[in-house]
Design a protein around this ligand. Sequence first.
Ligand SMILES: Cc1ncc(C[n+]2csc(CCOP(=O)(O)OP(=O)(O)O)c2C)c(N)n1
Ligand SMILES: [Mg+2]
Length: 903
Amino acid sequence: MLFDGSVHQLPDTDPTETQEWLDSLDAVVETQGKTRARYLMSRLLERARETQVSFPATVSTPYVNTIPAEHEPWFPGDEHLERRIRAYIRWNAAMMVVRANANAEGIGGHLSTFASSASLYEVGFNHFFRGKDDGQAGDHVYFQGHAAPGVYARAFLERRLEADDLDHFRREIGRGGRGLSSYPHPRLMPEFWEFPTVSMGLGPITALYHARFNRYLTNRKLDDTTDSRVWAFLGDGECDEPESLGALSLAAREHLDNLVFVVNCNLQRLDGPVRGNGKIIQELEAVFRGAGWNVVKVIWGSKWDELLARDVSGALLNKMNTTVDGEFQRYTVEDGNYIRENFFGPDPRLREMVSHLTDADLQALPRGGHDYRKVYAAFKAAADNLGTGRPTAILCKTVKGWTLGPEIEGRNATHQIKKMNVDQLRVLRDRLHLNDEISDEMLEGDVAPYYRPAEDSVEYQYLVERRRALGGFVPRRTGTAKRRLTLPSDDAFREFDGGSGQQSVSTTMGFTRLLRNLARDASFGERVVPIIPDEARTFGMDSLFRELKIYASQGQKYEPVDHDLLLSYSESTSGQILEEGITEAGSLASFIAAGTAYATRGVEMVPFYTFYSMFGFQRVGDLIWQAADARTRGFLLGATAGRTTLLGEGLQHQDGHSLVLASTVPPCRAYDPAFAYEVAAIVRSGLHEMYGEVPNDVFYYVTLYNENYPMPARPAIADLDAQIMRGLYKWADAGTAKHRASLVFSGSAHSAVRAAARELESRWDVACELWSATSYKTLRENALDVERWNRLHPTAAPRQADVTRLLDEGSGPVVAVSDFMRIVPEQVARFVPNRLFVPLGTDGFGRSDTRTALRRHFEIDMPHVVVATLHALARTAEVKPEVVADAIAHYGLDAESINPQYA
Ligand SMILES: Cc1ncc(C[n+]2csc(CCOP(=O)(O)OP(=O)(O)O)c2C)c(N)n1
Ligand SMILES: [Mg+2]
C-alpha cells in the first residue's frame, strides 16, 4: 500500500533507526490493537506540533470534542441566571412565531433553527459579542437568517423591542412599516440589522471578505480594526452552497484570525438530514482544516465526558466514529431504551458502560452545542486565537428544534413547523421550567403569552450588565460616524468637459482616468477602493497598479517580472487596489464590505468595482441583491458592455441584458453613458447623492464600453448634470429637412445613430433631433411615480413624466437604439403616447465577429436605423412604403436573413 509516495522520495539518513520506529509501531498494533496505535500516533503528532516539527496537515480527528474536559476554561458567568434568561428567550422566540401564525395563517416563521442554536447565541451575547457604543471597535455578528426570532426575543428582554413589536413579526406593512422583518434585512430595519444573511451562502462569503476588509482598513490606516472580530453563524445545510466554503482558503492565506465561523450542525436542513449516510461535522472539519483553518469541534455535552473517560477499550469512540448522522438523528427522537439497545447495546462493553444510567438519563445525554460550558470553551478558544494568524471554525453539534417537544424536535418536518397547540406549549413550558412564570390558565387563552422579567429582576439586571460590559447592544446597525469623507474637488471631473479632440478613446479609458484623478484628490483620494477581478489589463486599469498599488497584506516578497516597466505589478501592504483574482462573488463581497463601512465602522469608503458586465448581475445577481439590502453605497462599473461593442468574444461574453437585470434592483441607479463627460457627471452626482449632506443608501451601475472614438466636448446646456441624471437630454437639434424624427441613443449606439441622422437628413429628407438616453431605468421610475400620483389624485391637474414631456417637444417617430436588448428602451415606450416609439436593440445570443458584422446582424447599424426611421414614417403615412423598400435595397439589407433573436 502506498500511503504517500512523497515520503519515499525524502532522504532517509538513518535507515536502522527508521526500522526500529516501524517495528515498535507494528508491535503495538499486534499486541494492543489499532486503537492504542492510533492513540500513540496522535500523541506523537501532538508532540511534534508542540516542538514546531512541521508535517503535512491532518484533516480529521476522532468524533469527539476538540477541547478535552480538563482543558476547559473556568466559566465566568452565572450559570443559573443565564439558563433562566435562555429559557425566557427560547419561550418568547417560539411564541412570536406561534402568535404570528395564529394571527395570520401561513405567515411563516421558524421555530426550530433558533431552538437548536439558542445556547450558541446566548454564550456569545453574554460573553463575547462586543458592541460599538461610544465609538468602540466592536464585533460584527452575522446571524443565521432563520434564527431571527431568537434575536428579536432577546431584544425584547433587553427592552429594545416591545410586545407590540414582536406581534408585528412578519407584519411590515401596517404601523407605518415598522414591523419586524422575517429575516435580517438592513433595508427594512436600518437601525437594527447589519448583515443580510438569509440567502444561504451569502452570509459566510460576505463575512469572510468583511474580515479581510477590516484588515485592509487597518493596513491603510483608515480605521483601527485590530480588536474587532467577525462572527458568522451558519447552518450545516448552508455549507452545501458553493459560496459558503468557496473562499475559505483566502481567509487562511490572509491570516484572518479575526474571523470565526460558527456552524450550527443540527444535522438537518429543510427536507431531511444534511448527511444521513455520513457525518457532516467530520466532512466540514476536513474542509476547514485542509484550507488552513483552526477547527474546534463541540460534539458531546459534559455528561458524555464521564463515559468517554471510562472508554479504555476505545469501543465508545469507535461507535461514535462509525455511527452516521441519519442514525444520530434517529436517537434524538427515540426513547432511552432504543438508545440503550441500538447505540450501546450491541457491544457488551458499551452496554455495561451505561448500565448505571436510566433510560431517561440516556435520552438526556446532551449534544455539545447545548452545553454552554463546552460552547463557552470553544468561543473562548476562538476569541483567544486573535494573533495566531488562523481563522477559526467552530462546529457545534445540536438538535434541530431542541426543547420544542417530541413532535417537533429532530423530526424531518421540523424546519417547517410554525404552530404549537396547547399541549405542545405545556411541554415546552415544562421543559424550560417556566411553571412559575407561565400558568396553565395563561396557556389556555387565545393567545400564547410572552414572558419578560421585570426591570428590577436579577435576570434583567444581569442581562443588561453583561451587554454594558461588552460595549452595548448587538445587533445595532448605526454606530457613530467616526470619519466622514470630504467630497472631491471638481478638478477631478473637469478634464472631461473639453472632450478628447481628435484622439479616439473609450468610456472605459475615460473612467480609468477619472478614477485616478479621484484617487489623487488630496482629501478624498484615500477613500477610493478600486476593486477588480483579474481583468485590469482588459480595462486598461493596469496603469493604476504602480501608482495606487495592489493591496497585499504580506507586502511583495518578490521582485515582479515586469519590475522595470512603468506599469509593473506592484503589491504593497498599504496598497489601495483590491485585485481579487477570478472571483466575482468575492469581489462583490468586497464591494459590500467597503460600501457598508460607513455603517459597520463609521468610516465612509467609496468602492468602484469594475468587472466584465456579463459577469455581474447575471453571475452574482443575488449578491447584488444582498448589497442593495445591506444599503451598500458605491459604484458598479459594467465594463466591456454591449452585445456588439465587445467584438470577437461571442455568446458568453457579450452582454446585452445587464441593464435589464439592473432594472430589477430597486435602489440601483443604472446608467448607460455614451461619452466621457456623461460618465464624469454621473460619478460626480452619484458621489453627492451617496456621500453628500443627506446621504442616500443607493448604488450606481454604470456601463463602460471599450470602443474608441473621439469624445465630444460637453455641450453648453444649462443644468446639464441634472439632465444627464434624469436619464434623457437633447444632444443635437434637428436640421431643416421635410420630415421629422427623434433619434435616441445610449452608450456605443451613438455612432450608428449619429451617422443615421446625417444620412436621413441628406438622402431621405428627414430632419432628426438627437437625444442621449443615459438611464431608461430612471425615466421609467419617474414615469411610474407620476402615473401613480395621477391615479391617486384624479381631480388635481395631472403631472407629466419627464420622458413624456421631453419627447413631446419633438414630432415624428422616436427611434431608440442601444447595444442592449430592446426591452431596455421599451421600458418607457408607453410613456411616450403621442409619438410612435420604435426600439432597436440586440435581442438574441451574442456571437464572435467584427463590430461592423455584429451591428449588421443585430440590425442596429446605420442602415438599419435609417430603415427603421423611414418605416416608422411610413406607418404614420409621412412617407410611402416604397421609400422604405428603396432604402432596404439601397443599403443592400437582406430582408430574408435570420431574425437574430432566434439565431
Ligand atoms: C439560496 C437559498 N436557497 C434556499 C433557501 C431556503 N432555505 C431556507 S432554510 C433552508 C434549510 C437550512 O438548513 P441549515 O442551513 O442546515 O439551517 P438550520 O435551519 O438547520 O440551522 C433552506 C433550504 C434559502 N434561504 N436560500
Ligand atoms: Mg441544519
